[in-house]
Ligand binder design. Structure first.
Ligand code: F6R
Length: 239
């Protein structure tokens, strides 16, 4: 795991956006997976600026969803898809046909997961993924105890995820379940970028960097098994 420490969030977002563009500019039709949540929003602003300045690196890209809250979809402010639509897909003018995402208000989650698993099987592996880290060590909604062999599936969310997740919404939500890509699909991704910012992430980053091997109760530690993973942190999150 390569570790890149930035002075602050602004510098981190700049570095990550440039890194992403450099990684994908030579690929003809990259398959990309970007996290929702708060941490990547500054990266997306920078990616949009870079794209508008003529790089056009996203013209041929396809996007696969990382995760979604069950019960919420693109119409719900605070959902993963809502955030990505607002910050990335819409500003980049990505066509709907290029976005392969979970529908959190669906009723057949196993069918949806099977479809996404087949899509990745046939069009993957994912070339590049940008991931955030939960304070409990989750990546996507791969909660503590997730298997290295896991693929897209419906999961019960950890209590910490249910509580912390309230920060995305104006009114209290029932956040007991999620749909997520699995650790297997994440670990098969060509390039993984993991980002963390702020003091709240310091304990989990310390845990990740102290025990450099896979611990099933800390899903992010599975990334030690990946040979092309880059951790971008700011000074507050870094210990
Ligand atoms: C969201 C996701 C989550 C978040 C993580 C950190 O799509 O996959 O794993 O990346 O919970 O969230 P923030 O960035 O809000 O601290």
């Amino acid at each position: 795991m390569q570790i890149i420490v930035s002075k602050n969030y602004i510098e981190l977002c700049n570095k990550v956006a440039n890194f992403i563009v450099d990684e994908i500019k030579e690929l003809s039709a990259p398959l990309l997976c970007f996290a929702g949540g708060d941490t990547p929003t500054g990266v997306y602003k920078n990616l949009v600026k870079l794209d508008q300045s003529g790089r056009g690196v996203f013209n041929q890209a396809n996007f696969v969803g990382l995760d979604e809250w069950v019960g919420l979809n693109d119409e719900d402010s605070g959902s993963c898809r809502f955030t990505l639509n607002r910050d990335l897909y819409r500003p980049l003018n990505i066509k709907e046909s290029k976005i392969h995402f979970f529908e959190g208000k669906g009723n057949d989650y196993s069918k949806q997961c099977e479809q996404l698993n087949n899509f990745i099987e046939n069009n993957g592996p994912i070339n590049l993924a940008l991931l955030g880290i939960g304070v409990n060590g989750h990546i996507g909604f791969n909660e503590p105890g997730s298997s290295l062999e896991s693929v897209a599936r419906l999961v019960s969310l950890d209590e910490i995820t249910q509580n912390v997740g309230q920060k995305y919404f104006e009114t209290e939500q029932k956040l007991t379940q999620g749909i997520t890509l699995g650790l297997k699909q994440i670990l098969e991704t060509g390039v993984i970028i993991l980002i963390a910012s702020g003091l709240k992430k310091k304990p989990i980053i310390k845990e990740l960097l102290t025990n450099k091997s896979f611990n099933p109760s800390v899903p992010v530690s599975s990334l030690w098994k990946h040979s092309n993973c880059h951790l971008f942190v700011d000074e507050e999150a870094f210990s």
